[in-house]
Design a protein around this ligand. Sequence first.
Ligand code: CUA
Length: 218
Amino acid sequence: MRLLPYALNHAQAVDDVMRFIVICSLILFTIVIAAMVFFVFKYNHKRNPRATSIPGNVPLEIFWTVIPTVLVLAMFYAGWEAYLQIRTVPKNAMPVKVFARQWSFSFEYMNGKRCDTLYVPKGRPIDCLIKSLDVIHSFYLPAFREKQDALPDRVRHMVVYPEHLGVFDVVCTQYCGLDHALMKTKMIVLPDTTFDRWINSSSTAEPKVALGDSTTYF
Ligand code: CUA
């Protein structure tokens, strides 16, 4: 059974938005620079000894107001769609509490099991309930293009869709004091049977992960 809808490949969505914005910027940059160079030649002192007074041009004004507005709205819409993917908590999501403190992350599952590494089952959406125990931190999963600040006075949601087995970096991305750079851990995506066995066991040992079987990203 496929629990993760295809459309929820969030990293791909973020990369697509990024590519769209970069391409728009490059095209606009080229047009602006080309126009600038063209006008420098066209209106230089030799060719145009007397300054021409141009009072205005309404169609042109409308043109260069409407086009950028449409472009900016398109960029916003694409970003908003991707944003909603990780802010909308699906019913079948598994909640995990994420605690950030100076200078480490820790995780607590709904049955009270705690861990310093985030173990998650493949194919199940994870509802991260993110909170800080002291200053502001940020919970960042680079491979998933997902980031959420951890605040001391409220819980924030971020949904992660682990679609592939593997070991993924988790880092803090808010400057939070002396050891900010060392504040990191891993998210390990396990086959769901391995995860279920571990989460339901009374042992405090961490699950055995055969790294050879999984793919390491970043
Ligand atoms: Cu916590 Cu930087």
